[in-house]
Design a protein around this ligand. Sequence first.
Ligand code: 13P
Length: 250
Amino acid sequence: MRKKIVIGNWKMNMTRGETKSLLTIVKESVKDNTVDVAFAVPFTDIETARDVLEDTNIIVGAQNVHTEPRGAYTGEISVEMLKDLGVDCCIVGHSERRKYFGETDEIVNKKAKVLIEANIIPVICVGETLDEREQGIHLDLIRTQVKKALADIESTRAEEVIIAYEPLWAIGTGVTASSEQAEEVCSFIRYIVAEVYGVSISENVRILYVGSVNENNAKELFAMENIDGALVGGASLKPTFIEIINAAKE
Ligand code: 13P
């Protein structure tokens, strides 16, 4: 039985003061641990988030990591630095990083591997543009993204990986994939994971939906067999994020 997980991705939002205010409200409502909850916050908010959430099971995550352990990489953050701050999960291959910062499948794979090595859960994002969907090539593309991202990750560690399906046409647009469209691709991703690691491991890997998830559509998405939660952008910046977490509990 896979435990659902709801991850807020704050992107480039929230000062330390805002972090403290929102997390203080949210943590009061997330006392039981039937669902995993995480916040992937900007690097500058990690310590504040850790402090506020110290007495809870809520996971603090990051949104990026560099592939190299240390060195002359101005502006970058290493896995050791994340570990030192108590980060337990990290997004890799988000569509915004692929689009604006040239993150390739090979880089995504390297990042996933350094995170696994450091016992930080990689949240690997994959997904297609509207154009790719309309051309009917989205499943082939997702197969390639998933396989390349998982290359050389040992089967003994595979169950720690989280894969997040983000149809790019549903990111920050207010358009959500229908639950059937989301389920179709999430179940396809599980099938690809089974091709790589076998069915029993694939049954334990958590696969999330990403794209305009809110308190009104979360319940229907979470009811789908192969959707084990969500990576939530805009709707994780408000106290109503609690309603999305609650939708995962039922
Ligand atoms: P929205 O939920 O704002 O569409 O963002 C999705 C996302 O990119 C989460 O990482």
